[in-house]
Structures are given as C-alpha cells and as structure tokens.
Design a protein around this ligand. Structure first.
Ligand code: ZN
Length: 140
C-alpha cells in the first residue's frame, strides 16, 4: 500500500462561497503513484466544509442561500458571544470537513457533472485542503 499526501492553499471570498478545487485534486491524483484506492479530501478548519456537486452558477447560488437560511447568522447562538460566527461552525459541523472519492486507474472517479468544492463558511480567509491518496500502485 502507498500513501501520497499533499496540501493546497485556497483564498476564499467574503461570507459563504464555493471554490472549485477539482483540477487541483485531479492533478495531485495524476502525479501520485497510487493507482487504485481512495482519494480523501479534507479541510482542517472549523468553519469550512468540502462538498461535491455540479459547477453550475445557479446551483452554486442556491447552495449559498440554502446554507444561509438553514444556519442563520445571529440567531441567539451561544458561540456568538465569543467571536460572532456560530452559524459558520454549525454549518461546518453538519456538512462536514471531508469527502472521499474512489481512485480508479490513477484518476478520481467523479461523475460527469460532479466537481469538488471547498465551501467557505466564514470568509474571506486562506484555507488549507489536504488531499490524501491511499491504495495500491498497480492498475486493475
Ligand atoms: Zn468561532
């Protein structure tokens, strides 16, 4: 078994925003020696998340507005007494900081309409994303 780990840094926009990181993850998978296994995409932050869905402008706006309405800012959250971003922590808690994608013959096996996004929940910030490929170096 081989493990290949890389970290990328992403600058995000204000508030809630999506950043497409599909090409970065694909490039890391291509140059890795791992051919069959799992690609684990993880962000080590408490106010960000990783999601997979379609890169379509209308849908991306819908995702931002759905997250905003499901996790409203300033709704009497206890954590707002500390640093005023409880809504961002709550969204990250429920959406999650990672996704896993099958790695097949050296390529991440996304569907035609799937893209990988860093979901910023409290921007603007510089975020880390860790991409870890785990598996075998032989093709199927
Ligand atoms: Zn906080």
């Amino acid at each position: 078994m081989k493990v290949h780990t890389e970290e990328i840094h992403v600058q995000t926009a204000h508030g809630i925003a999506l950043v497409d990181i599909t090409h970065e993850v694909e490039d890391i998978a291509k140059k890795s020696e791992v051919r069959q296994g799992t690609c684990f995409v993880y962000t080590p932050h408490t106010t960000a998340a990783i999601i997979i869905n379609e890169h379509e402008d209308g849908l991306m706006k819908d995702i931002v507005s759905k997250v905003s309405s499901d996790f409203p800012k300033g709704a009497g959250w206890h954590h707002d007494k500390i640093d005023n971003n409880a809504h961002s922590h709550l969204a990250s808690t429920y959406i999650g900081p990672s996704r896993s994608i099958p790695l097949v013959n050296g390529r991440i096996r996304l569907g035609t309409w799937q893209s990988i996004f860093l979901l910023e929940l409290d921007g603007p910030r510089t975020r880390s994303v860790i991409i870890q490929l785990m598996g075998n170096p032989e093709s199927q």
